[in-house]
Design a protein around this ligand. Structure first.
Ligand code: PMV
Length: 307
């Protein structure tokens, strides 16, 4: 008799709206859940003794969750299933996602949250699901902050400070965001190291930059709560400049930000670790000009409201 799974579960992706890098040093960040995330569906395998499989064509994943597997996704999923007392045999899990993987959009947290929900079911508490997701996230990220898992499980907009419980933010108006994947790979660890190296080299100059990023977050939250998209757009532009000063942007991201503004975005900034990954634009009055400005990059449009 195999351990049962629920037939379907889903989770949000995430985007850091403001505050990346400074959040590592204890300043606040604000992140939003993306309606686009991961959907998993489970079906029994004909032979219940066969290992659980995970197939996500959008991410080129087709795995057996075998205890001997050294694939990080298999190992992470097995950690989640072990945490939840879920099955390791008898199920075929198939996933769909509109998120690019490894682009700073919380794909691994969305996967592990959805997997925990396949075991626990739709009524599981956010805290239980986050704890199970973190068991898998540790395989990918060592000691993750937990922000990605929380946003993946809860959605909405969250203010986050390291070591404190996240606080939900209520947007005064839906946030019209456009996420533009650069297609350039990046390493979060390398980018955090670049910022740290700049801080250590010039602490009296760079520490105020980190403080300014934190201030942009607080002003940004005020703007989000009051539906003041014009001010939020200006804060995106300021944050992008500050992130450049922290040495985590790149000529490609700077060009993309300029192109997004020229195409009518209210503001644009890198999001997440930087150097590659994604650009985040606050959509202005004409979203179609943004699409036209990035013909080869498949912009993802999202409206983020309260969870
Ligand atoms: O890995 P990403 O792209 O989701 O973003 C990392 C955010 C950083 O602030 C750069 C690092 C961190 O641990 O918060």
């Amino acid at each position: 008799m195999t351990i049962p799974l629920h037939p379907r579960a889903e989770a949000h992706g995430k985007v850091i709206v403001l505050g990346e890098h400074a959040v590592v040093y204890g300043y606040p960040a604000v992140a939003a859940g993306l309606p686009q995330g991961v959907v998993l569906e489970a079906q029994p395998r004909p032979d219940p003794r066969l290992p659980v499989t995970l197939t996500i064509p959008a991410w080129d994943l087709d795995l057996e969750l075998h205890p001997a597997s050294d694939h990080p996704v298999a190992r992470a999923c097995l950690e989640v299933l072990a945490h939840c007392d879920g099955p390791v045999t008898g199920w075929a899990i198939r996933g769909a996602s509109a998120l690019p993987s490894r682009a700073g959009l919380g794909s691994s947290a969305a996967l592990t949250v959805a997997l925990a929900r396949l075991v626990y079911g739709p009524d599981a508490s956010i805290d239980d699901v986050v704890a199970a997701s973190l068991a898998g996230e540790r395989v990918f990220h060592g000691e993750p902050s937990g922000l990605d898992s929380r946003v993946a499980a809860q959605g909405g907009v969250l203010r986050y400070v390291r070591g404190e419980p996240p606080r939900a933010i209520n947007p005064g108006a839906p946030l019209p965001l456009c996420i533009i994947p650069s297609g350039i790979p990046r390493s979060t660890a390398d980018q955090v190291a670049r910022c740290r190296s700049r801080l250590e080299h010039l602490p009296s100059v760079v520490r105020p930059v980190l403080i300014a990023v934190g201030q942009a977050v607080e002003s940004g939250i005020h703007a989000i709560e009051h539906g003041d998209l014009d001010t939020l757009g200006v804060l995106f532009d300021v944050a992008h400049g500050l992130l450049g000063a922290l040495d985590v942007s790149s000529p490609a991201l700077d060009r993309m930000a300029a192109d997004a503004r020229a195409a009518g975005a209210r503001g644009a900034k890198l999001t997440g670790a930087g150097r590659g990954g994604c650009l985040l634009a606050l959509v202005g009055d004409a979203p179609e000009t943004l699409t036209a400005a990035f013909p080869n990059l498949r912009p993802l449009f999202v409206e983020v409201a309260a969870s």
